[in-house]
Design a protein around this ligand. Structure first.
Ligand code: F6R
Length: 612
């Protein structure tokens, strides 16, 4: 949440920062701001709203500064408005800061600073933070980095920050703890950003800063030290990310692009891992813990949101294939109770961003109790990938639309491969079944491609339901988590209330909601609970509910009962979520577009939830 950028070099900083903020806007879009050092002074431009509002208020100005910082905000302390927008400047006007994270003890720091004569314009913790640094700097006559280092030992919370100072107009200082920060290394120039997307068009040499590291950039050099002032040797990574992967490429929205990319992103997930012809499956990322996984007495899956839904599907897969009991936990709940974790338990943490604060905290808790943590993460170099013992990347490419689509199907693919491999190692799957599932998995990209061909029909159905106030999604077995995911997609981008339910549970309560105004999306593909879900459709129809059914190609029974049917290709039931979720993604996308909602940046949300 919140995106931060910084630049120091010999180019005009403003357009670099503005462009960087556009790339990071998915992380927060309540307000935006940039601070430069222009003519020896800190020059701040900030505005409530999206980056384009900032662009508009600055379009007739020319900037020459070669140093600056920028921020796009997801509000935590104080409502989104011009005053609360970052950057924040210290009382003397000497320091400007941008901050992603939360300073938990800002209240007591603020009280203290007020007593010492400081005044505050905004409601933010960040304005307190910058004045706290200034106070230490002035009272002890310290350099910016030394004052920052001392300040950081006294603040409680999470941060990725960058600071500039009028006193030292050629110096950029940054630090992180709990929130991500990437340093890009150009020729005599430096880029800072919350993730690599604003950096890759300038350089592909990056350093992912570690927690409690402070970097000082000055005179074409950079130095990284830890919180005890001990120099650190950084690991410079060469990124392979292509610019086109983070652009819309002719699509109206990132979400549309990412939905239609799925045949490729799923294939990318399997590339180099699955060879159906040779009947081989290799997962290099979890080689060292493969034995621990196959021998585990228990697997605990922790995740949030869509990633949690992928975890629910994985529960069914692991239990079926590996015969290992699995529990799927919301990371936010797991970490606030006293969970029973035994030495050697396997914890699988699933996260697209790799930065979700609750998931990170749950991992730390699990590790402290002796669990082995395997990360299933999309963003290379992210915090979760680094704190996990081992893991498997999704390789789905950057997901920029706030509603997760291609990451979900990539998560299912990777989790399926992990389970299949563990089952093979453990001997809980017969060779012919293993080979059959491998082959079936390798066909998923083409089946997803086929499922996407229903797009026009789904658009027509969307038009009929775009004004609905409620939706119910029903599924059984492997399709139950898909029902949850379909409902989440609809509510988050179209703001229509939607609930996902296991179809059989309907009679225990939600059936009371059903009347002629209630669209009910039933995922009724041909599987072991097909007959049961057919009965559930009849129960809905008997109460005049309107049924939109997702069925297996060639189904001749359900089309005679449902009001609308959408066909998907047939596959093994454990792989069906990869295919049956596609129409639900499209349905939510079209309804949201028709309602005029901002599909890629839904209200109140942000892509990377780095607050607890
Ligand atoms: C929904 C969505 C969120 C995320 C959740 C976890 O479309 O994107 O529910 O799935 O915030 O995020 P990650 O996977 O980055 O940990």
């Amino acid at each position: 949440m919140c995106g931060i950028v910084g630049y120091l070099g010999n180019k005009n900083a403003f357009p670099i920062l503005l462009n960087g903020l556009k790339r990071l806007e998915y992380r927060g879009y309540d307000s935006t701001g940039i601070a430069l050092i222009e003519n020896g002074k800190i020059d701040v431009h900030k505005k409530e709203g999206k980056v384009r509002e900032l662009e508009q208020i600055t379009e007739n100005q020319s900037f020459k500064s070669t140093i600056g910082i920028g921020h796009t905000r997801w509000a935590t302390h104080g409502e989104p408005n011009d005053v609360n927008a970052h950057p924040h400047v210290s009382n003397s006007g000497n320091l400007a800061i941008i901050h992603n994270g939360i300073i938990e003890n800002y209240g007591s720091l603020k009280k203290d600073l007020i007593q010492r004569g400081y005044t505050f314009e905004s409601d933010t913790d960040t304005e307190v933070f910058v004045n706290f640094i200034e106070d230490i700097k002035k009272s002890e006559n310290l350099s910016l980095e030394d004052a920052l280092r001392i300040a950081l030992t006294k603040v409680i919370g999470a941060y990725a920050i960058a600071i500039i100072s009028m006193d030292t107009p050629n110096k950029l200082v940054a630090a992180r703890k709990g929130s991500p920060l990437v340093l890009g290394l150009g020729k005599d120039e430096f880029y800072l950003a919350s993730d690599a997307t604003p950096i890759i068009e300038h350089t592909n040499e990056v350093i992912y800063l570690k927690d409690e590291e402070i970097v000082v950039m000055e005179n074409g050099e950079y130095h990284i030290k830890d919180s005890r002032d001990i120099p650190q040797t950084p690991y410079i990574q060469t990124l392979e990310l292509e610019l086109e992967a983070i652009e819309k490429g002719g699509h109206d929205h990132f979400m549309h692009k990412e939905i239609f990319e799925q045949p490729i992103s799923i294939a990318d997930c399997m590339r180099g891992r699955l060879n159906a012809e040779k009947g081989e499956l290799t997962l290099g990322g979890i080689r060292n813990y493969a034995k621990a996984l196959q021998n585990a007495e228990r697997i605990v899956i922790i995740a949030c949101g869509t990633s949690w839904h992928a975890g629910l599907v994985a529960e069914y897969i692991f239990e079926d294939l590996c015969r290992i009991p699995v529990e799927v936990e919301y990371a936010s709940e797991f970490r606030y109770r006293n969970p029973v974790i035994n030495e050697g338990d396997i914890v699988i943490a699933i996260s697209q961003s790799g930065e979700t604060a609750d998931t990170l905290a749950a991992i730390e808790l699990a590790k402290s109790k002796g669990a082995i943590v395997l990360g299933v993460v999309n963003t290379v170099g992210s915090s979760i990938s680094r704190v996990s013992h081992e893991g498997a990347y999704l390789h789905a490419g950057p997901e920029i639309g706030v509603a997760s689509t291609k990451a979900f199907t990539a998560q299912l693919t990777v989790l399926f491969m992990i389970a299949l491999k563990a089952a093979k190692n453990k001997g809980t799957i017969a060779e012919n079944r293993f080979q059959q599932l491998l082959r079936e998995l390798s066909l998923i990209p083409s089946k997803v491609e086929k499922a996407l061909q229903s797009n026009d029909k789904i658009e027509e159905i969307s038009d009929m339901f775009k004004n609905a106030s409620n939706f119910l999604y029903l599924g059984r077995g492997y399709n139950f988590p898909v029902a949850l995911e379909g409902a989440l997609k609809l509510k988050e981008i179209s703001y229509i209330h939607a609930e996902g339910y296991p179809a059989a549970e309907m009679k225990h309560g939600p059936i009371a909601l059903i009347d002629e105004n209630m669209p009910v999306v039933v995922i009724a593909t041909r599987d072991s609970s097909y007959d049961k879900i057919v009965s559930n459709i009849q129960e809905v129809k008997a109460r005049k509910g309107v049924v939109i059914a997702v069925v297996t190609e060639g189904d001749s029974l359900i089309p005679g009962m449902a009001d609308f049917t959408i066909e998907v290709p047939s596959t093994h039931e454990s792989l069906m979520p990869l295919v049956s979720v596609i129409p639900l993604q499209l349905l939510s996308y079209h309804i949201a577009v028709m309602r005029g909602a901002n599909v890629d940046q839904p209200r109140n949300l942000a892509k990377s939830v780095t607050v607890e």
